[in-house]
Write a protein that binds this ligand. Structure first.
Ligand SMILES: Nc1ncnc2c1ncn2[C@@H]1O[C@H](COP(=O)(O)OP(=O)(O)OP(=O)(O)O)[C@@H](O)[C@H]1O
Ligand SMILES: [Mg+2]
Length: 303
């Protein structure tokens, strides 16, 4: 595990901004960190990246404790903060070279050029940062986070402010990074979670309300799996109910049926055998997928 968060708590005055939070993240995995406004995402990320100390609990990054070995932790982490602070008077490449020097990167010019290309900054690279649009500043922030090729990337809302074309490119980049590195990123865009994350941690009012692989999360909330089928011919409800693992059958009319099974069961292979046995012609079959948005609302609303 490259990031281990154990019983983490951060108290501001009376408020438990982060309240006994534990989770882990490992290389080759993109972990989506979700939660409503004020849930404690940024606070957790600031503690993991050594920007603020915790009130209680333990965080280690690549085996180093954030309080005992902050320099080691910083070396292994690339961080894109929520408000992406940049030196507005510096030119893009000047700024990136400056950050590269701070990190002791060798081959600064080559590495900066690589980052400019990776984040699609070529066209804007000659500008002063203050003259860049929001999305391009976001790209500079991402480039800055990746310069020293860290093992862990902590990205606080990396895609906020990006146009749809930029969104697709940056999402691809995050996905690519996640194949080798440990990526923890926060977002409010649910389709992004579905597209990018291997694992999802949902936090609400400082407490973790879900920590699951994305498919498990979907089953957990739904409580059942639903497969919809359409046949060319009439079928018999009782016969359909006899398909192994099917618990309930709903007639949707016009030879369309809903087959209900337990959450972790996929009845589609059984349906296929059934078709062959009973000489039925299948026109359509699909397994319903519950959206991350539904899950998010269910777990964080009205608590
Ligand atoms: N420096 C601070 N002093 C006092 N309270 C703070 C401080 N920083 C954060 N908080 C409080 O801690 C809680 C968690 O804030 P945090 O920024 O971690 O939320 P978040 O999940 O990142 O929300 P968002 O989605 O809006 O970015 C909020 O109620 C916030 O007001
Ligand atoms: Mg935040």
């Amino acid at each position: 595990m490259s990031v281990v968060v154990k019983n983490l708590t951060k108290i501001y005055g009376e408020q438990h901004a982060v309240d006994d939070v534990s989770f882990e993240a490992k290389p080759g995995q993109v972990l989506g960190f979700l939660g409503p406004n004020g849930a404690g995402k940024t606070t957790t990320m600031k503690i993991v990246t050594c920007f603020i100390p915790q009130t209680a609990g333990e965080v280690t990054v690549c085996g180093n404790d954030v309080l005992k070995n902050p320099m080691e932790v910083r070396r292994s982490i690339g961080y894109l903060p929520e408000h992406n602070p940049l030196y507005k008077d510096l030119y893009v490449k000047e700024y990136l070279s400056f950050v590269a020097r701070l990190h002791g990167v060798s081959n600064i010019k080559q590495r900066v050029d690589e980052m400019v290309q990776m984040t699609g900054l070529e066209r804007e690279q000659k500008k002063v940062i203050g003259a860049l649009s929001k999305g391009y500043r976001q790209r500079v922030g991402l480039a800055q986070a990746m310069l020293h090729d860290p093992e862990v990337l902590i990205l606080d809302e990396p895609t906020s402010g990006l146009d749809p074309n930029q969104l697709a490119e940056i999402r691809n980049l995050i996905k690519q990074l996640g194949q080798k590195k440990t990526v923890i990123f926060s977002t409010h865009i649910m389709q992004e979670v579905q597209a990018l994350c291997d694992r999802v941690v949902i936090i609400n009012r400082g407490k973790i309300v879900a920590d699951d692989p994305i498919e498990a999360l979907q089953s957990r909330v739904k409580g059942e799996s639903v497969v919809t089928v359409e046949f060319a011919e009439k079928a018999d409800k009782k016969l359909l109910a006899s398909i192994p693992k099917v618990q309930k059958v709903n007639d949707l009319g016009k030879n369309r049926w809903q087959l209900i099974a337990a959450a972790d069961v996929d009845v589609r292979p059984e349906v296929h055998k059934f078709l062959v046995q009973h000489h039925l012609t299948l026109l359509e079959m699909h397994k319903e997928v519950i959206s991350v948005e539904d899950i998010f609302q269910k777990l964080t609303n009205g608590l």
